[in-house]
Ligand binder design. Structure first.
Ligand SMILES: NC(=O)c1ccc[n+]([C@@H]2O[C@H](COP(=O)([O-])OP(=O)(O)OC[C@H]3O[C@@H](n4cnc5c(N)ncnc54)[C@H](O)[C@@H]3O)[C@@H](O)[C@H]2O)c1
Length: 471
C-alpha cells in the first residue's frame, strides 16, 4: 500500500497558512472566496474556525452527502476527488456525476455567497492521495465503493485526517478491524455514514426498547430491499472503458476483471468483489438500528444460519444474494432474522409486551400509544445528533449526521457512530453473508473475531488485495 514517503507524499505539503494566503490572492483577483467575507472574518465561522474538507467519491450518494457538508456554515469543501471525470451511468439516467460536476457544484455553491458572484477555489483531484497530502485539509468524506473504504480510511488516519466514511463501513471483518486500529492509533474522529441513527423517531424507538417498554426482546426482524439492478447474466460481454474513467484505479485492491458498465457505478454493490449486496447495503442500516435498540453496539451475534437465501446463477456479473434470509443468535439467546421483505427496509423489535418498528414511513408501535410515551430523565437516553431537531423527516437525517460529525471534529469526542460501532454492524452483515453463502450454521467468537472449527468460513473473514494495494 502506498504510504507517506512515496512519490505523492514526498512533495512539499502546503500549510493551512499558505492556503489562506493563496486564497486571499484568489479573492483579490476577483474570484470570490466567501469565507473571507467581512461578516465571517471574526466570528465562529471565521476561516481559522472552519473545518476544511475533501470529498472523495462523487457519485450517487455524494449528491446527498456533499450538499450536507456544503450547508454547514463552519465547513469549507476545498477539494473533490473521483476516478471518474464526468459521466452518466449512475443509478438514475439523469445523474451526470464525477469529479468535474462535483467541482462545479461546490464552486457554484460558494459563488452564491461571494460578493463577486464567482468562486473557483475547489480542487478536483483524480487521486485521493493528493487530497490526503494537503495539509490544509482536516477531514475527508469517503463516498467510494466498499472495497475502497478500508484503504482510504487507513491512509487518511495516517495522514492525520478525520473521516466520515459511508456505510457499510468495511468490505470484510478483517478490513473493519484494521480500520478500528488505525483510527484509534492516530486519534482520529470517525463517523460511519449510517444516518438512520440521526433520526429522532429511530432514537425514540430504540429508547423505548432499551427501557423495557415492550418487555423482554425475543426477536428482531430486519428488512432489506430487493436487488435493484438487472444482472447482464451469463454470457455478458466486456465493454470498452469510457473516456475519462480510470477503471484500473476504480478496481484498486479488487481482483482485475474486464470492464462492463454494470460492474462499476452504483451497481458495484451486487458483486462480492466490491460489496456484499443488499445484506450489507440496506442491512448496514436496518441491522445497525437492531444493534442500537438491543444495546449490542459493542458485540455481534454468535451464531448465524441460512434461512433459504437465493443466489444468482454462476457466470453472471452479479453474485450477491438475490433473496436475503438468515437467522442470527446473540449470546443472550435473542434472535435476529434478516430478510428481503416488505416493508423493503426497516427493523422490528418484538418483545413480550409489544413491538416497535421503524421503516421509511417512520415509527410504528404496538400498542400504538407507546410511541407517545416520554422517556424520563432517569431512563436510558441515547445520543442525539442535533438537539434542535424536533421534526422527524428523512431529509434531515444526513445533514444532522454530518453536523454531528463536524461537532465531533471540533470537540474531539466520538460522534454518534464511531468506528467500533460501524465495525460491529458491518461484521454482523458480513457474517450473515458467510452463513448464506456456505448454507450452513457458523459460530463466531466476537472477542477473538474468529470462526473456530470452520476453516473455510474463517478464511472468508478477510481477503487478499490486488498488489500494490495492501493493508
Ligand atoms: N448512507 C446511505 O444511505 C447510502 C446510500 C447509498 C450509498 N451509500 C454508500 O456510499 C458509497 C458509494 O455508493 P454510491 O451509491 O455513491 O456509488 P457510486 O458508484 O454512485 O459512487 C461512487 C463514486 O466513487 C468513485 N470512486 C471509486 N473508486 C474511487 C477512488 N479510489 N477514488 C475516488 N473515487 C472513487 C466512483 O467513480 C464513483 O463516482 C457506498 O459505500 C455505499 O454503500 C450510502
Amino acid at each position: 500500500m502506498p504510504r507517506p514517503g512515496d512519490r505523492v507524499f514526498r512533495r512539499r505539503l502546503s500549510t493551512r497558512r499558505d492556503f489562506l494566503r493563496e486564497s486571499a490572492a484568489i479573492a483579490s483577483a476577483g474570484l470570490g472566496v466567501p469565507w473571507l467575507a467581512p461578516t465571517s472574518v471574526f466570528g465562529v465561522y471565521a476561516p481559522s474556525n472552519r473545518i476544511h474538507v475533501g470529498c472523495i467519491g462523487n457519485g450517487n450518494q455524494s449528491t446527498l452527502d456533499l450538499p450536507a457538508f456544503l450547508e454547514q456554515p463552519d465547513v469549507q469543501v476545498l477539494a473533490v476527488c473521483d476516478v471518474n471525470t464526468a459521466s452518466h451511468g449512475y443509478v438514475t439516467p439523469d445523474q451526470f456525476l464525477g469529479r468535474k460536476p462535483a467541482q462545479e457544484r461546490v464552486n457554484a455553491f460558494y459563488a452564491k455567497g461571494s460578493p463577486s458572484g464567482q468562486y473557483k477555489g475547489c480542487d478536483a483531484c483524480h487521486d485521493f492521495r493528493d487530497v490526503l497530502a494537503r495539509k490544509d485539509i482536516d477531514a475527508v468524506v469517503l463516498v467510494v465503493p466498499d472495497h475502497w473504504h478500508a484503504l482510504i480510511t487507513i491512509m487518511a488516519a495516517q495522514a492525520g485526517k478525520d473521516i466520515y466514511c459511508e456505510k457499510p463501513m468495511s468490505l470484510t471483518v478483517r478490513q473493519g478491524r484494521a480500520m478500528v486500529a488505525a483510527v484509534r492509533k492516530h486519534r482520529r474522529v470517525f463517523q460511519t455514514g449510517s444516518q438512520f441513527r440521526s433520526s429522532p423517531a429511530n432514537r425514540l424507538g430504540c429508547e423505548l426498547v432499551r427501557n423495557g417498554r415492550i418487555g423482554d426482546v425475543k426477536r428482531i426482524l430486519t428488512f432489506v430491499a430487493k436487488q435493484n439492478a438487472e444482472d447482464p447474466g451469463p454470457g455478458w460481454k466486456p465493454m470498452p472503458v469510457p473516456e475519462g474513467f480510470d477503471y484500473d484505479f476504480w478496481l484498486g485492491p479488487a481482483p482485475w476483471a474486464p470492464y462492463h458498465q454494470g460492474r462499476c457505478l452504483y451497481r458495484f454493490r451486487f458483486n462480492l468483489d466490491y460489496s456484499g449486496g443488499q445484506t450489507t447495503n440496506f442491512g448496514g442500516h436496518s441491522n445497525d438500528i437492531a444493534q442500537w435498540g438491543s444495546g449490542n453496539d459493542h458485540t455481534v451475534p454468535i451464531e448465524y444460519e441460512d434461512l433459504g437465501s437465493e443466489w444468482p446463477k454462476p457466470g453472471g456479473l452479479y453474485n450477491t444474494a438475490t433473496k436475503v434470509a438468515f437467522r442470527a443468535r446473540y449470546a443472550s439467546g435473542m434472535e435476529l432474522i434478516c430478510r428481503t421483505a416488505e416493508p423493503h427496509f426497516g427493523c422490528r423489535f418484538e418483545g413480550t409486551e409489544g413491538w416497535v418498528q421503524f421503516d421509511f414511513q417512520g415509527l410504528h408501535t404496538h400498542p400504538e400509544s407507546l410511541k407517545n410515551s416520554a422517556i424520563r430523565p432517569d431512563e436510558i437516553r441515547l445520543p442525539v445528533s442535533n438537539k434542535d431537531r424536533k421534526e422527524n423527516s428523512s431529509k434531515f437525517y444526513i445533514p444532522d449526521h454530518v453536523r454531528n460529525f463536524v461537532d465531533a471534529v471540533k470537540s474531539r469526542q466520538d460522534p454518534i457512530e464511531p468506528v467500533e460501532i460501524g465495525h460491529s454492524t458491518a461484521t454482523l452483515c458480513h457474517l450473515g453473508n458467510v452463513a448464506m453463502r456456505l448454507k450452513r450454521k457458523i459460530r463466531f467468537d466476537p472477542a477473538k473475531e474468529e470462526i473456530p472449527g470452520d476453516e473455510e468460513a474463517h478464511a472468508m473473514l478477510g481477503r487478499p488485495m490486488r498488489p500494490p494495494w495492501h493493508l
